[in-house]
Design a binder for this molecule. Sequence first.
Ligand code: GRF
Length: 220
Amino acid sequence: MSLKIAILVSGRGSNMSAIFDAIEAGRLDASVELVFSNNPDAAALSLAADRGISTASYSNKGISRQAHEEEVLSILSKYEFDFIVLAGYMRVLSETFLREFKHEEGYFRVINIHPSLLPSFPGAHAYEEAFAYGGTLSGITVHLVDEKVDHGPILAQESFSRHADDSLDQFKARGLALEHKLFPEVLQNISKHGVKFIKRAEQYAPAAKPPQTKKEASIK
Ligand code: GRF
């Protein structure tokens, strides 16, 4: 079944464009019903309009979160879609908003892409923080959204290397290329098989064992 999505964006929209490209290339069986932005000047809006996609915007400047979300809900209510796809939407969604998209299985029909291996480096500066930390690997996470920021059931994670001589821009470019591959793949998986998510590692963590005695530790 073809997946109907509404994409929410705030900025340049490169992930959104990767989704359009995948649909046009036949790699993603989906249709974009609407692109909405909280930023009327977002480059993503004109990129979407150039592809003949319906667009809408409503600025969040100078109004409360609640007033803005009510307006977004009213705009979204004019369209039919299975999932909201956050592709660089720089607003935290309230529980009241999310509840409007609750699936009968309990999750919210809202998907986000985040440029780190969550739960590491949540927040708006994930690339910068992962780069500054200096690990040899970082990654990309696609997850269902819940009430917490950059949190919720993980749909897919892939890692990419941080080379020793990377500049921040090189590191980001490698990550962004992976984002553009992974996001359409995950959406295609949902289109074909529905939502299957990997539970967070801590939900699988076995109950803590009591510390080993010296005797047990020596028996191998
Ligand atoms: C991406 O890095 C995405 O992971 C994050 O916001 C950025 C949006 O970039 N959530 P773009 O607008 O898709 O180019």
